[in-house]
Write a protein that binds this ligand. Structure first.
Ligand code: GLU
Length: 400
């Protein structure tokens, strides 16, 4: 008898997590490896946030809290939604979970029946389709290529909707492409959804603060208030406040949806860490200049990473509007042989040879359902990033 359930055969282990662990393992073995695979800020969590966590421990905030987060934190999240996106959620319409991942997992597992469909524009973050499959749903994956700016068009959306569609997942700005939707683009999608009242929107806004060149980012419930009643607005502390390890994600949604997510969470993790919640509250309520300082640092890195990658023979890299990822097209490198003698037939071959020959860890585009690309995270230290881009140039120049 097989050890694992059939449901586990439907998914793969997270490729982004696997690549981060592989890079760490090689480093521990003493290999000279540059990790530009991981989607996490290299900055330490700002001091006032760390202090709040220490204070919470000393004050004895070390017990269970309400399942969906303390009232104080849910109030802070409600204030954040109002301040940053003009969205009105009461604390009862907020849930706090163990990272953004648990928020999404809760929403899908709480609502999908077998065979229900979820529209996920691709390229997409690695975990959305597999979370849908674990919940018994079927991912529907419209391809939104570079020519369309990696954005879902209203026509694509209309064509993907069926009577079984339960959700549209939008990641804005998007991991791995950095593409972003402004209010008119969201409005056009909302006009399609108006004809399909069974479809909910899950908007993953986790990279909201990492947006460049003054792009007027919007969120669905903001651009289309009539959809608020069927939208889950998800966000978290990981990317904006360099708090990936604290595992605090949150969402605003109509109360019945929040109740369903809480019910599920009460049978899995219960509340997220009480210490993490105290830190998150300090992050949301404290000074916000740390967020802007990190954003400016990411913007400066983006501005040298994109030209360096475009100077590598065979690569084409567009400039992301947000996030800390670039997603170069590497099809110009396929069918060739690397200096180390590897035949590069796929994006997976490219990334494996780049790691093996140059010690640069990236993530293959196939993991994001976009073969022929790779993802590089510029949330790494500037020196390491310049070094990594130089090695990529050398690797590409060595292809014959
Ligand atoms: N979201 C980040 C990434 O794409 C963190 C790893 C993960 O959970 O996927 O790299």
């Amino acid at each position: 008898m097989a050890l694992t359930a059939a449901r586990l055969d439907r998914i793969v282990a997270s490729p982004t997590v696997a690549m981060r662990m592989a890079a760490n393992r090689l480093r521990a073995e003493g290999r000279d490896v540059l990790n530009v695979a991981s989607g996490e800020p290299d900055f330490p969590t700002p001091p006032h946030i760390r202090d709040a966590a220490h204070a919470a421990i000393e004050a004895g905030e070390t017990r269970y809290t309400e399942t969906g987060g303390t009232l104080a934190l849910r109030q802070a999240v409600a204030a954040k939604f109002r301040r940053d996106q003009g969205l009105d959620y009461t604390p009862e319409e907020i849930i706090v979970s163990t990272g953004g991942k648990q928020v999404i997992f809760n929403a899908l597992l709480a609502t999908l029946d077998d065979g229900d469909e979820v529209i996920i524009p691709t390229p997409c973050w690695v975990s959305y389709p597999d979370m849908v499959k674990l919940a018994g749903g079927t991912p529907v994956l419209p391809a939104c290529g570079g020519n369309a700016g990696f954005l879902l068009s209203p026509e694509h959306l209309e064509a993907a909707i069926t009577p079984r569609t339960r959700w549209l997942i939008l990641n804005n700005p998007s991991n791995p492409t950095g593409a972003a939707y402004d209010a008119p683009a969201l409005r056009a999608l909302a006009d399609v959804l108006a004809r399909h009242p069974q479809v909910w929107v899950l908007t993953d806004d986790i990279y909201e603060k990492l947006i460049y060149d003054g792009f007027p980012l919007a969120s669905m419930a903001q651009a289309a208030p009539e959809l608020r009643a069927r939208t889950v607005t998800m966000n978290g502390c990981s990317k904006s406040y360099a708090m990936t390890g604290w595992r605090i994600g949150f969402a605003g949604a109509p109360r019945p949806m929040i109740q369903a997510m809480e019910k599920l969470q009460s049978q899995s993790t219960s509340n997220p860490s009480s210490i993490g919640q105290a830190a998150a509250r300090a992050a949301l309520e404290g000074p916000q200049d740390c967020v802007e300082a990190m954003r400016l640092a990411f913007a400066a890195r983006r501005d040298f990473v994109v030209p360096m990658l475009n100077a590598a023979p065979g690569l084409r890299c567009t400039t992301p509007r947000g996030t800390f990822y670039v997603f170069p097209d590497l099809r110009g490198c396929l069918g060739r042989v690397s200096a180390g003698g590897t035949r590069i037939e796929t994006d997976g071959d490219f990334c494996a040879a780049l790691l093996g020959e140059e010690g640069v860890a990236t993530v293959a585009g196939s993991a994001f359902l976009a073969p022929g690309h790779f993802r590089l995270s510029f949330a790494a230290a500037e020196d390491a990033l310049r070094d990594a881009c130089g090695r990529i140039q050398r690797f590409c120049a060595g292809l014959r």
